[in-house]
Design a protein around this ligand. Structure first.
Ligand code: SAM
Length: 297
């Protein structure tokens, strides 16, 4: 079998699980942490091990020592780190996730931002999904905007974009073809939008150009402060369900950076089970039915 051939189902079933010794665990954990801010503590060793094994199977490599030598060879490190993220991060996402917050975003936050901008003659609106995974979140946001703003959208210079550390997820996001797992909202309004903006092709749903053309995607590592700070002038940042992967100092650094690049009066939206408790006290909390958001005053 060549290096990149996929093992047969028989081979996969009987594949040996290679265990990490403490030094190897530390080497790989620290490498991932330095680059991405994703931190695996000792009780997560099995998780890193099982994901690493998947990568070794893909490369058809027998041992972790062999893999560590391979990753240190010139030119391999960057590629391997990208591949490792594809395995070690959880990309779980779906359309209209945390709908109560999205409702507040379109019914309250956007109208408030637009009327403030109108008053100052500013027609730019920048919305960023900071860990966009395969795109469901930022495309949902685009649908909410199009549905709520309609034709008046043309008066605005919109910059709606998603970023992620995983090249594989960015590729999927740009492709915009989704399986049934991406659609979980039973809300009649969302069901209607799926009918309106998707085309069924061989059991998958392909997103129409109307929505795709509203959004762009780029690579961005949230652990890279300089990369975040290059963005500037954000009106709304969605940073949902990614902070959980970082340790406390990294979370604090990321939040400080997001604060810096938000416009005064801009908003930070976290995931349903997340808060800024013990991370930052500079934002003001705004409460809406079933959701809350953070505002830079
Ligand atoms: C669980 S998904 C969240 C997707 C979406 N925001 C949502 O809430 O449905 C987490 C995403 O964070 C990305 N991620 C993990 N570490 C990252 C980092 N350091 N920089 C940017 N993205 C990262 C992963 O690749 C993954 O796509």
């Amino acid at each position: 079998m060549t290096k990149f051939e996929t093992p047969s189902p028989f081979q996969q079933e009987f594949q040996v699980i290679r265990k990490l010794n403490p030094d190897q665990f530390k080497t790989i954990r620290d490498m991932l942490y330095r680059h991405s801010g994703i931190y695996f503590n000792e009780n997560k060793q099995y998780l890193l091990e099982s994901r690493l094994n998947r990568r070794l199977n893909e490369l058809n490599q027998d041992s972790i020592e062999e893999y560590l030598k391979y990753i240190e060879q010139p030119g391999n490190k960057q590629i391997e780190l990208s591949f490792l993220y594809n395995h070690v991060t959880i990309n779980e996402t779906y359309f209209f996730r945390y709908a109560k917050q999205l409702n507040a975003f379109s019914a309250k936050i956007i109208p408030a931002l637009l009327s403030k901008k109108r008053a100052t003659g500013n027609n730019q609106l920048r919305i960023w999904s900071a860990a966009s995974s395969s795109g469901e979140e930022i495309y949902s946001i685009a649908m909410y905007l199009l549905e709520s703003m309609g034709f008046s959208m043309k008066q605005w210079e919109l910059d709606i974009f998603g970023t992620d550390i995983s090249p594989k997820m960015l590729e999927r996001a740009r492709e915009a073809i989704y399986g049934c797992n991406s659609f979980r909202s039973p809300e009649p309004e969302h069901v209607r939008w799926v009918d309106k903006y998707f085309t069924k092709i061989n059991g998958t749903q392909s997103l129409d150009q109307t929505i795709r053309s509203m959004v762009r995607f780029d690579y961005l590592n949230l652990n890279d402060s300089a990369a975040i700070r290059r963005l500037r002038g954000m009106d709304v940042i969605f940073c949902r369900n990614v902070l959980i992967y970082f340790d406390q100092p990294t979370k604090i650094r990321v939040i400080n950076n997001l604060y810096e690049i938000l416009n005064p009066g801009g908003y930070l939206l976290l995931g349903e089970a997340e808060s800024l408790h013990q991370l930052s006290s500079v934002f003001k909390v705004e409460h809406y039915p079933g959701a809350f958001v953070y505002k830079k005053e």
